[in-house]
Structures are given as C-alpha cells and as structure tokens.
Design a protein around this ligand. Structure first.
Ligand code: SF4
Length: 330
C-alpha cells in the first residue's frame, strides 16, 4: 500500500514483538543437572505497521525461521510476547486464536514440498475455506476460481494436480491458498529462493500487487539481500538469535553500521556493476547457538573488534531515531 511519501503502510501497528525467545533443550547432562539449550531466538523486538513489508535477514541458522514459526503459532516461545492488533497473541481465548490463525497466513519456500501432490489444486486452495468458513461447496469453488485468476492462473486449473504446474505456478498456488481467508499478515518464508532467477521477479511483483490491492502486511524471511531490498520497507538483521541492526531499507543499504551487516552486504553482488564496494571477508563459521561466544556474539569473526568486545555484551543504541544497532562501536 504505497502512500504519498513513497513508503508503505498506514502507520498503525499490526504486530509488536517484545523480548521473544525460543530455547530448545538439547542435552540434560548428568542426572539432569547441566541442561543445555540451543538459543535459536534470544530476545528479539520489532514492530510491523499495517501495509508494511518487514524483512528478517541473516545466514541460515540465525533464528529467522524459528521466529516465523512462533508468529504463526507453530512453536511456543520460551519467553517474551507478541501483540497482534493490540491483543496478546499468546493469551488469546479460543475465538481470538481462531481469528488470529485466519488473519496470519504463510507462503513457504519450496512450492514442490508445500502442496499435497495427491490433492487437486481446487481442494488445496479451498481447504482453509472448508475448515474455517460456512461457505457452500459452490461458493468455495467460485472463490477458488477468483483466487486462481488473482494470482495469474486460470479457473479451469483448479482441476489439475500440483505436478502439472511449473515451480513459479506452484508458488502462485501457495499464494492463492494463503489469500483464501483474507489475511492481514502473510509470513513469506524465503518465497522466491527455490525458484529460477527468471521467475523470481514475477512472484515478487505479484506479491507487491496483491499487497497494494488488499492492504496486506508481510513479514519476509530471506537470506537473499536483493529480494529484501526490493520488497521491504524495514529490515532487521539477525545474528545468532538476536537482531543486531534494524533500519528502514534504504537507510540500511546506504548506511549499514553493524560490522556483520556490512559483511553481509559486501558478500552480495552490488546492484550495479559500476558500484565499487570494499570487500570484507568474514572469517570462521557461525558459532554454535548452544554455546555462543561471550561478550559480543560476533566478536570471533568481526574485523572491527576491539578491547571491550570479547568480554562485554553490547547494548542497543539508536544512532538515528529509526536506526538501531547493537555494537560497541556506537
Ligand atoms: Fe564487532 Fe565489537 Fe561491534 Fe561486536 S561489538 S560487532 S565485535 S565491533
């Protein structure tokens, strides 16, 4: 939903995430005394405004997919909370939970794996309506036809099976299914990374058109920076379960402050061949989230580390009002 100043959104908060954590127990030690935990998500805060696209970006294993699962209520948080339209999503009564689950839908990465190969496309798209609405079979068939057209497919294709479609078409089916219940928020978990480069732009354009048309809000999970830059209004950069930097998209790409963000961007291809970019090589592997480094979690790989980084965890600062960063340099 593009506004006069070129940004998306109405300014109203749709989702507010506060101190969200997910720790998985991975060992109990002798007599259960030394339990060990994998800190997949370790205390993150962010807010998504209505009509915006918020991106969570980072290397695989940084916690972005676990975050998505908590927002979709597929995983219970260990700690923290999130509010959806002003209601605490973790303490809602049954009616509100049903409403929440209709309002928050998902499109997953792999269109080959996310559609049941034995179901016809009409049943796949119509299933959420059968479960959650009182529409008649005929009304559901009409709605499925409308949804197919909306995502660029044809009504008759509801009789086909998923294997009769290309990868891009299958992702369109996934989008149609996500739209069936008129959601407010769609979690896009790497929605184009399994697709050929030639059709990624088509799916991104489709998602943008649908956002404008329906006032949708997106939480985009991605590791591909070009996708994030193209689609997002605001981006949070995750490292080892924490958001280490967050800013409006252009601000983040023009003026990345955290050494990890800079390294990610230098590893990605520049948007234009004439753009010169200093190459920052990240040494070492991502440390284990079971036993993260003390001090700043990023210090073993950080080209800018200095004296306090090994012992002291940096706290969040805001160099500008809408740019936050967690690093001792600021
Ligand atoms: Fe690098 Fe230190 Fe900043 Fe961590 S706190 S990112 S180690 S400079």
């Amino acid at each position: 939903m593009t506004t006069e100043n070129g940004t998306n959104g109405t300014g109203e908060s749709l989702l507010t995430v506060d101190g969200l954590k997910k720790h998985f127990q991975v060992g109990s030690g002798l007599f259960g005394r030394n339990k060990t935990f994998l800190k997949a998500v370790d205390g993150i805060n962010f807010e998504i405004k209505e009509g915006e696209t918020y991106g969570l970006v980072g290397e695989s294993g940084c916690g972005k997919t676990t975050t998505a699962k908590m927002i979709l209520r597929l995983e219970d948080p260990t700690e923290g909370s999130f509010n959806f339209q002003g209601n605490d999503a973790l303490t809602m009564d049954r009616d509100l939970v049903r409403n929440y689950k209709s309002s928050v839908q998902a499109v997953f990465q792999d269109p080959w794996a996310s559609l049941n190969p034995r179901m016809r496309v009409g049943s796949i798209i119509g299933e959420p309506l059968e479960v959650n609405s009182t529409l008649t079979k005929g009304d559901i068939a009409d709605r499925v036809g409308d949804l197919l057209e909306e995502v660029g497919l044809q009504r008759y294709q509801s009789n086909l099976f998923p294997h009769e479609f290309s990868g891009g078409q299958r992702q369109r089916i996934g989008v149609a299914r996500a739209l069936a219940l008129n959601p407010k928020l769609i979690v896009l978990d790497e929605p184009v990374s399994a697709l050929d480069v030639s059709i990624r732009a088509q799916i991104m354009n489709l998602l943008e058109d649908l956002q404008d048309e329906h006032g949708l809000t997106y939480l985009l999970i991605a590791h591909h920076l070009a996708t994030v830059r193209y689609m997002c209004d605001k981006v949070g950069v995750m490292y080892l379960g924490r958001i280490v930097e967050e800013a409006p998209t252009e601000e983040l790409f023009d003026n990345p402050r955290h050494p990890y963000t800079r390294a990610l961007m230098s590893a990605a291809l520049p948007s234009h061949p004439d753009i010169e970019r200093e190459e920052i090589i990240l040494t070492g592997e991502v440390p284990s989230p079971v036993n993260p480094p003390v001090g700043c979690h990023f210090h073993p790989r950080c080209p800018s580390r200095f004296e306090p980084c090994e012992d002291n965890s940096p706290v969040e600062t805001q160099p500008t009002p809408d740019h936050r960063v967690v690093c001792h340099l600021y």
